[in-house]
Design a protein. Structure first.
Ligand SMILES: Nc1nc2c(ncn2[C@@H]2O[C@H](COP(=O)(O)OP(=O)(O)OP(=O)(O)O)[C@@H](O)[C@H]2O)c(=O)[nH]1
Ligand SMILES: [Mg+2]
Length: 214
């Protein structure tokens, strides 16, 4: 009796995720679900990516946080359309939350929508939002063992961005060890090593992203 309750919750979320996906598709919006630990660089990645996009690709943003509009204010200051979702304590976004944000976004004026999920390396991977790609941002200060210790998140990724590459030497970060951990879990995931601070490595990520939009 207890298992059907869990199934119902998940299938209700999946149903609404499918509706979100249909709404995005109808407006021609390609959607990224950005997942990472707190402070890995999700907001920085949105800004660095937006700076490097061709003018024909218009970005928009949904910001998910437990509380505050700090990230949405940062994005709005850069002139991008943005809506903030406060989860009120939930450690992840879900499909109904994303759906509730859609009327506040000019979807017909957006080609690439970033959904910045709540900073959390566990829960966020379990909820389908209706996005086209799952993007996991890892960062050098978190340590090179993260794929081994948080396998669910790395297994769910379509692409992993290893951010803060400018700190690799300071943290004695072993990129090959990190890469092997990811390959073991998820051989199909692409990996890009980059720095939102210096711009190093951002070009290949943008190239991959544009190729995915088809
Ligand atoms: N050295 C360095 N610092 C970075 C880089 N990218 C981001 N940071 C810094 O890391 C901190 C966190 O960056 P954010 O972009 O706010 O991270 P976030 O994942 O959006 O954080 P939350 O939304 O709070 O979970 C900020 O102080 C950034 O300036 C980078 O490539 N190198
Ligand atoms: Mg952020």
């Amino acid at each position: 009796m207890e298992i059907p309750v869990v199934k119902e919750i998940l299938s209700a979320n999946d149903q609404i995720a499918a509706e979100n996906r249909a709404a995005f598709g109808a407006s021609g919006v390609f959607v990224l679900n950005l997942m990472a630990s707190p402070g890995a660089g999700k907001t920085s990645l949105i800004l660095a990516t937006a700076d490097h996009l061709p003018k024909t690709v218009r970005p928009g943003v949904i910001e998910g946080d437990l509380a505050s509009s700090i990230d949405a204010d940062t994005i709005a200051a850069r002139g991008l359309p943005v809506v903030q979702i406060n989860t009120g304590g939930n450690c992840h976004l879900d499909a109904p939350m994303v759906r509730s944000a859609l009327p506040s976004l000019p979807l017909d004026e957006i080609d690439l929508l970033f959904i910045e999920n709540v900073g959390n390396l566990v829960c966020t991977a379990n909820f389908n939002l209706g996005a086209d790609r799952a993007v996991v941002v890892a960062s050098v200060p978190e340590g090179h063992d993260k794929p081994y210790k948080y396998p669910g998140m790395f297994a769910a990724a379509d692409v992993v961005l290893l951010n803060k590459a400018d700190l690799i030497e300071v943290f004695e970060f072993d990129v090959d060890y990190f890469r092997r951990g990811l390959e073991m879990l998820n051989p199909d995931a692409s990996l890009f090593v980059l720095s939102c601070r210096t711009g190093e490595g951002v070009g290949p990520w943008i190239k991959w992203l544009l190729s995915q939009r088809g």
